[in-house]
Ligand binder design. Structure first.
Ligand code: 48C
Length: 290
């Protein structure tokens, strides 16, 4: 019995007349400027007493990105709500002292160094899984895992909260699915055939309710372990496994590329506003290996 071929038309993100599409084929919101009322949604969430945990990994030379990440976050990220940052690093002394807003806290978690950036990226799922098991299950309602080599340029608020939240990668939102950089080797647990795929999600932003992000992290870690036991490393490390997960466990909210841009990509005629963007860096200067 062949597994049912999940081939269906590829969802579009921006319509031919340039208008953003605000709903996925499975009827969950795609969050763009203008598709939500910040005042109203703030009012709704203020009634709840929520805590948002945020994990960032800053190993090796990536500690240099912490200052801009944290300072720009304090100006834009869940301002007015309770936020607890968990900074994973191999150099605690490199974590800058950044003035935190009210009810914003930061905990430093020491992890061993690594001389392969791929391993650092790959290990994030395992670390997230363990952090949720050991602490977040009691300390937070929502959790976001964000790439540290980024900067907040605009409002990032409770419009991004949901059970399971992914972001559309800025490099692939107007690309045919056959060109998505999914893992295409059937022997990998992250395999996605050319005929399938909704969006190409960026690994730099993963979010949702603690319990749901736990299931994501645990599943991806298990899949990563299976691949590793066969000496397979997926095309884009844990981002490949994340895309596989989101294909079969649809996000309940999808963030537009406003929530994950890249500084080197022009944005004026593409998104109305930039909120979070990966800064330009020379990988040779910041990574332990090429
Ligand atoms: O903390 C590090 N140190 C490294 O040497 C390489 C990656 N990382 C962490 O992994 C950072 O949190 C990065 O944001 C993340 C993987 N993402 C990237 O390297 C690029 N944003 C693709």
């Amino acid at each position: 019995m062949l597994s049912p071929q999940l081939s269906y038309k590829q969802p579009i993100v921006v319509s031919p007349d340039g208008k953003p599409v605000a709903l996925t084929p499975w009827l969950v919101p795609i969050v763009w400027e203008g598709t939500f009322d910040p005042m109203l949604i703030d009012l709704i969430y203020r009634q709840k007493n929520i805590t948002i945990a945020t994990t960032v990994f800053a190993l090796g030379k990536y500690t240099q990105f912490l200052k801009v990440f944290l300072e720009s976050a304090e100006q834009n990220y869940f301002v007015g709500f309770r936020v607890h940052y968990y900074v994973f690093t191999d150099q605690p002394e490199q974590v800058p002292a950044v003035k935190m807003g009210e009810e914003h806290n930061l905990t430093v978690l020491i992890v061993p160094s690594s001389n392969r950036w791929q391993d650092i990226s790959l290990s994030r799922m395992a670390r997230l899984e363990k952090l949720i098991e050991s602490r977040l299950i009691n300390e937070a309602d929502y959790v976001f895992s964000l790439d540290v080599d980024s900067k907040f340029y605009g409002h990032w608020g409770v419009e991004t909260l949901g059970r399971l939240v992914g972001v559309i990668h800025p490099g692939y939102y107007q690309t045919p699915r056959e060109q998505f950089t999914y893992e295409r080797r059937p022997e990998s647990q992250a395999f996605i055939p050319y005929s399938e795929g909704d969006y190409y999600y960026g690994g730099a932003v993963i979010g949702g309710l603690v319990e749901d992000v736990y299931q994501l992290a645990k599943t991806c870690r298990e899949q990563l372990d299976i691949d590793a036991s066969k000496s397979i490393e997926a095309a884009w490390q844990e981002e490949s496994h994340l895309n596989k997960y989101f294909l079969y466990n649809k996000p309940t909210k999808v963030l537009s590329p406003e929530y994950l841009w890249q500084d080197q990509i022009p944005h004026k005629d593409r998104v109305k506003i930039l909120r979070f963007s990966q800064i330009i860096k020379n990988y040779a200067d910041v990574r332990p290996n090429l």
